[in-house]
Design a protein. Structure first.
Length: 259
């Protein structure tokens, strides 16, 4: 083998080694990187606190687990948080992490705890939705590179999103902070969304958050409306004071609210 060929193959070998080392470094730090991104951009999108205890991504298995995700409440609300997820399992296309569109095959959230504080005319969940809608109108968080210059953010596709066995803790109030009826816990039907961002360039993090949170909020408010008479006399009065009329009318109004 000539000297020129030896040098050529030496360069190729060095490049391959560097690529492998870089891949290993990314794989070892991927959990930390994603967890940091969630904590940075989550509050910017929702305007409330976002915490995450643990996240683990397995590139070989194409899966991830999320533990201890908590979405806080807007300022002025007394309950500790709006949504708490103990565990969620995620199926991903690991190769898509290297592209502009991250493909998530499935997300299954089991037994999350949702807190509804307020009334049908205004509550913590609808306030967070307003925050997300505001973020969407402004284009969401701006991602920058190391030089502080804007760079293209990744889009997201979620083929199958499922929430099962969700519990809703209700604190029906007249004015914020003044609980006028006893608290109660409700269950809501499974929430199943499909093909979010599929067949397109994908959805931004803000758009994905809005789609999922809208479904959660709608299901929660409908459950509260349907069970309002069980919240006591004052709870039923609150609904009437909001101009909802009968419970059937309330449910119809709520459905229109989130279109």
């Amino acid at each position: 083998m000539t000297t020129g060929k030896k040098k050529f193959w030496s360069v190729i070998f060095i490049i391959l080694v560097l690529v492998i080392v870089a891949a290993v470094i990314v794989a070892l730090n991927l959990d930390r990187i994603v967890k940091r991104e969630v904590k940075i951009y989550g509050p910017q999108i929702t305007k409330v606190s976002v915490t995450l205890d643990n996240l683990h991504i397995s590139l070989l298995a194409g899966s991830a687990t999320v533990n201890g995700f908590v979405l806080g409440n807007p300022e002025g609300y007394k309950t500790p948080d709006a949504i708490s997820i103990g565990h969620a399992s995620v199926g991903i296309n690991p190769f898509s992490l290297l592209t502009d569109k991250i493909v998530v095959h499935s997300i299954h959230v089991t037994a999350p705890e949702i807190t509804f504080e307020g009334g049908l005319g205004g509550n913590n969940l609808s306030k967070i939705m307003d925050n997300v809608n505001g973020s969407s109108q402004t284009g969401g968080p701006v991602v920058t590179n190391s030089a502080g210059q804007p760079k293209a953010s990744k889009k997201i596709e979620v083929d199958d999103f499922l929430i099962t066995n969700a519990l809703v803790h209700v604190s029906l109030t007249g004015n914020l902070g003044a609980v006028v009826s006893r608290e109660m816990t409700l269950t809501i039907p499974a929430i199943h969304l499909t093909n979010l961002g599929k067949g397109t360039d994908g959805l931004t993090a803000t758009e994905m958050t809005r789609a999922i949170l809208s479904a959660i909020t709608s299901a929660t408010v409908k459950a509260v409306a349907a069970n309002a008479t069980n919240l006591g006399g004052k709870g039923a009065q609150l609904i009437k004071q909001r101009g909802q009329g009968t419970l059937n009318q309330a449910t119809k109004t709520i459905g229109n609210l989130f279109k």
